[in-house]
Design a protein around this ligand. Sequence first.
Ligand code: ZN
Length: 241
Amino acid sequence: MLIDIHAHVDSNEFFQDIGNVISRCNIIIVNAGVDYESDLRTLELSTKFSNVFPAIGLHPEFVEKVNELENVIPLVDRAVAISEVGLDYYWVKDEEARRRQINILNIFLEIGEKKNKPLIVHIRGGIKDFLDMIGSFNVKFVMHAFEGSIKNALKIEDLGGYISIPPIIVRDKYRQQIVKQININNLLTETDSPFLPPRKGERNEPCNVKYSIEKIAEIKAIPLVEVEKYIENNFKKLINL
Ligand SMILES: [Zn+2]
């Protein structure tokens, strides 16, 4: 069984052929809502397709949609994880907006701890602030599309966190280094579909996690089937379906 821990198959890019896309391989897909509308679409997809599981959140890029929080939070009860949440200092430069991102992430960390839901987080540029926060919470977490340093990847490993590997790894030497350094028990696979494709310019799809698996197997010199099993076990430790 393949695992895509982070995808956006509710987005327009999949409107025409969603049924085909998610049944091309034997896979579990955790779909991440990015705002209230997308959270609702995510829940709907999960009732329609038995291999799609909902994650509920408010993407840090949409910090101006803070008013949606009161509608988003009650939906967490119906989700297997909290996502997409985090800190994005790449697109959000304003200090006040960054502070608001921290406050929102704090709220989701509290909810995750209280309701025993893992967080699948997006951290771009805000890793220092994130590492300052995460230690105070008793939550399981995954760094989605991690692009930080090896030093910080090792800190995440120490904290018991997971790093999920998107198919773009096939053409990203830097991510290959991270896989080399991190224990396989702390790795997961994702696509971030329709983003981060293995080949530039294409639409990414959940079944492309097979490229992540292949690359991890090559780097770690472990047979493909075993890598698949490791990732599946890591997923089971993270999420109780
Ligand atoms: Zn995403």
